[in-house]
Ligand binder design. Structure first.
Ligand code: ZN
Length: 164
């Protein structure tokens, strides 16, 4: 918590305001019921950890709900909360396309259309390369969750770091 101010000090006011609001009052924290997919993710460069749970429709091809638990910096937690909101009612294919688009946005190459413009608030982070992994952790973790089989692997986790 003590480094929160300095880590966000360079972000522009709007970004900072939305990120801090989501960090302090997340709307999608918790676990889905039932849990159809779950995946833990870890960003060693900052220490962020996240555990996503996903509820699918009966056919298993559309997301009904995403929730997250975990601990980390404001950027990681805010990104998770915004992502969870944006994923409701998306097909798995749409969800994976959104993951790609978010990653491209972090490289300054893309942004979301107006109906998803809330996600564009994370664009501010792309100006700070050391924070990008904080923002992408939850997206990276969701991708792993959706691509995994339906068998749960609660002890496994994905890492943002390249294999050492
Ligand atoms: Zn972080």
């Amino acid at each position: 918590m003590s480094s929160l101010g300095s880590s966000l000090g360079n972000l522009r006011d709007l970004y900072q305001q939305v990120i801090l609001e989501r960090y302090k009052k997340p709307r999608h924290r918790g676990k889905t019921d039932p849990v159809d997919r779950q995946q833990r993710g870890h960003n060693p460069s900052c220490g962020d950890t996240i555990e996503l749970t996903v509820q699918l429709n009966e056919a298993g091809d559309r997301i009904k709900d995403v929730k997250f638990e975990g601990e980390g910096c404001a950027i990681a937690m805010a990104s998770a909360d915004l992502m969870a909101e944006a994923m409701r009612d998306r097909t798995l294919e749409e969800a994976l396309q959104m993951v790609q688009r978010f990653q491209a946005m972090m490289q300054g190459k893309d942004e979301f259309p107006s109906e998803l413009r809330k996600l564009n608030v994370m664009q501010g982070v792309s100006q700070f390369p050391v924070r990008i992994k904080c923002a992408t952790l939850t997206w990276h973790t969701l991708k792993a969750a959706l691509e995994a089989s339906s068998e749960r692997v609660p002890e496994g986790f994905v890492s943002n770091e390249d294999v050492a």
